[in-house]
Design a protein around this ligand. Structure first.
Ligand code: NI
Length: 187
């Protein structure tokens, strides 16, 4: 097991549509374990593979640390597809390990249906609502190259811009390992 450096807003891989997983080999299993360890070390409840620099359509979640969700099981989503979204939307505050300390309310569907594969490549369909639906949509977006800050209005974007520049320049007191400042100016 290993803690992996978390990619930050500005890193190119966060803007890439993640590649489909064709086989779950030993390296993939190791990656998934490291993703859980990296996520928990950073007190996150969801993490996409692109957030640890891996170009694979995988994300993991563990919502058991959320109040009232103590019995939730950790889940690995491989090659996920959101197949339906509720018409009803809700505003919920979000944060992201790739944009530390920045939080904003984001409007998204209240519930979604997601199809995905587990590590044995068995197919599952999950109807998710509330917190679970929120985390799933946030992580799913990561695999499409979308960050939650893309979904907020321009005034709010302006407000958080200074914080984002600090993160991109690594002039920020990170509490977990992050990628080096290599290409922040490119995106
Ligand atoms: Ni995120």
């Amino acid at each position: 097991m290993a803690l992996l450096p978390v990619t930050l807003i500005g890193d190119k891989i966060l803007r890439k549509k993640a590649a489909q997983v064709r086989e779950v080999d030993v390296k993939t299993i190791e990656l998934i374990r490291d993703m859980f360890e990296t996520m928990r070390n950073a007190s996150g409840i969801g993490l996409a593979a692109t957030q640890v620099g891996a170009d694979k359509a995988i994300f993991v979640i563990d919502t058991s640390v959320v109040e009232g969700h103590e019995n939730d099981k950790p889940i690995v989503f491989i090659n996920p597809i959101i197949t339906s979204r509720s018409e009803k939307t809700v505003l919920i505050e979000e944060g992201c390990l790739s944009i530390p300390d920045v939080r904003a309310e984001v409007e998204r569907p209240e519930s979604v249906t997601i199809k995905y594969y587990d590590t044995n490549l068995n197919e599952h369909v999950l109807n998710a609502e509330n917190v679970l639906a929120r985390v799933i949509q946030h992580e799913y977006d990561h695999l499409q190259g979308i960050l939650f800050t893309d979904l907020i209005d321009d005034n709010l974007k302006k407000k958080i811009n200074k914080d984002i520049i600090k993160i991109k320049k690594r002039k920020f007191d990170f509490t977990y390992p992050v990628t080096e400042n290599v290409d922040y100016h490119l995106v």
